[in-house]
Design a protein around this ligand. Structure first.
Ligand code: C2O
Ligand code: CU
Ligand code: CU
Length: 515
């Protein structure tokens, strides 16, 4: 295993931000200390609001235009993120996050996106089991009005481009889960996400609803993301080309990832949510470009409330797992039940981030407003349909590391930067495989289409939060992990990549052909 040399690490400059010395990259001893941060933080140039004043917004649930048919317009909108400040964002239907789509397992839907932005876009349903032609391949672009040929010369003969609109069809033949949709344009995913192109999609089914978990007003989606603001209220981001038209990339010191100093939940800074003294189901997504969090719920008298994990990226666990804290990397999701019953009325529970410092150590708060009756439960058995794969037909190894691109430093998988015209891995439909993934710094590795289970980390059994079916596994510096999956569902061209969005844009993505 080749480590990053100290010089390389230094050349990445601020890329490793708070990283203290390259020893932290690989030694097991370092892993037991506070994990390093991969990325560099932007400082906002506006005064930041005090925490826990802005009420938690809930994204609007998108009504269908006809049964199973939805329409979303991608457009610039001025949004109030910080109180009293207007921030222009790139939005799905004018809000950040975009509207939430609620769907039922096995009932296909079609979502027609209209691109009224000034650049090409493409939408991916993250965690969806989607046929390749609707999976949002990074070169399957929807071109905006007035986009001329010279702007979209990309070396991909298989790309399917459309003008102004595109309809994506999702069979949703999959376990109920919190999915999310976001932009996936080649080389420009990170700035597009940062500007606001992200929304939630919740798949439900009767079996899950019959469990009696907290629901209705006691089920809260929490999309967590960090941002930074310029003096004029716009989002700050270190793009080399702020128009995002031709030249991709970020300033050298941000190659490791872009972090903001403002933590948003559902688009509000450090919000507060009034709750009953009862159980709540929190459906948490880390939609940040590069920031990792380690979440804990703490009462004002310093007591940690247990986080009862009931689900992972790809839906319910077999049985609940009680966690004290939950680490969450970019694109990961947790389904968690928190019980506020023992918190006195008027008391507060803060959701904290143990990986943050100063303002980034706090995420949001819950204020217990009243005692209330609670008929919800967390059954000891949550699901019985988790796949029990064994006997892989193949084991493959992939390294995720810093590396050289044609035009400078970047990130590579097995030494190679992303090329849409190259097939990196060919798998046969229905095959079970084990993939061994190894990282230099933090890399949250995501597979399209295929949910997987984590078999091991660092040669040891997986960690408690690795439970269940995942689609993103957060590798820590120097760590190797083994995952097992079965490639079934659909044939065609899919992707796997690092979900640190700056890494993804700078080479760390590969093609997976299912035949
Ligand atoms: Cu959430 Cu290929 O991405
Ligand atoms: Cu995905
Ligand atoms: Cu990465």
């Amino acid at each position: 295993m080749r480590e990053l040399s100290r010089r390389q690490a230094l050349r990445l400059g601020g890329a490793f931000g708070l990283l203290t010395g390259t020893a932290a990259l690989s030694t097991a001893a370092a892993l037991s200390r506070r994990p390093a941060v991969t990325g560099a933080e932007l400082r906002s140039a506006v005064p930041l609001p005090p925490p826990f004043r802005v009420p938690l917004p809930l994204p609007r649930v998108l009504p269908p235009v006809a049964p199973g048919r939805y329409e979303i317009t991608q457009r610039v909108a001025e949004v109030e993120i910080l109180p009293g400040i207007r921030t222009p964002m790139w939005t799905y239907d004018g809000t950040f996050p975009g509207p939430t789509i609620e769907s039922r397992r096995g009932r296909p839907i079609t979502v027609t996106h209209r691109n009224e932005l000034a650049v090409p876009t493409v939408v991916h349903l993250h965690g969806g089991r989607t046929p390749a032609d609707s999976d949002g391949y990074p070169t399957d672009l929807v071109l905006p009005a007035g986009w001329t040929a010279e702007h979209h010369a990309m070396p991909d003969p298989r790309a399917v481009r459309t003008h102004l609109t595109r309809s994506y069809t999702f069979p949703l033949d999959q376990r109920p889960a919190l999915l999310w949709y976001h932009d996936h344009r080649m080389d420009f995913t990170a700035p597009a996400l940062w500007r606001g192109l992200a929304g939630l999609h919740i798949v439900r089914d009767d079996a899950e609803e019959a469990l009696g978990l907290p629901s209705g007003a006691r089920e809260l989606p929490l999309l967590i993301a960090d941002r930074a603001f310029a003096a004029d209220g716009s989002l700050d981001y270190p793009s080399l080309d702020g128009t995002l038209r031709e030249r991709p990339g970020v300033r050298e010191s941000f190659l490791g990832g872009v972090l903001g100093d403002v933590l948003l939940v559902n688009g509000a800074p450090w919000p507060v949510q009034e709750v009953d003294a009862a159980r709540y189901r929190l459906r948490i997504l880390n939609a940040s470009n590069a920031r990792h969090y380690e979440l804990e719920a703490v009462t004002d008298d310093g007591r940690q409330l247990p986080l009862v994990q009931i689900g992972a990226d790809q839906g319910l666990l077999a049985a609940p797992v009680t966690q004290a804290t939950l680490p969450i990397g970019p694109a990961e999701r947790y389904d968690v039940v928190v019980d506020f019953a023992d918190v006195p009325v008027g008391g507060r529970v803060r959701l904290l981030n143990r990986l943050g410092s100063g303002r980034t150590a706090e995420v949001m708060a819950f204020r217990v407003a009243r005692r209330a009756r609670d008929d919800s439960r967390v059954p000891a058995v949550l699901s019985t349909d988790l796949p029990a794969w064994d006997r892989p037909v193949r084991v493959r190894d992939f390294s995720f590391r810093a590396g050289q691109l044609d035009h400078g430093r970047g990130w590579v998988i097995d030494g190679r930067p992303f090329d849409p015209a190259r097939t990196d891995v060919t798998v046969a439909l229905g095959d079970v495989e084990v993939w061994r993934l190894v990282a230099d710094v933090h890399h949250p590795v995501h597979l399209h289409l295929a949910g997987f289970r984590v078999l091991s980390r660092g040669g040891r059994p997986p960690l408690p939060h690795d439970a269940g079916l995942k689609d993103t596994v957060s590798l820590r510096p120097g760590e190797a992990a083994e995952i097992i999956t079965r490639f079934d569902g659909y044939r065609g061209r899919y992707l796997f990549h690092c979900h640190n969005a700056e890494h993804e844009d700078r080479g760390m993505m590969a093609n997976l052909e299912i035949t």
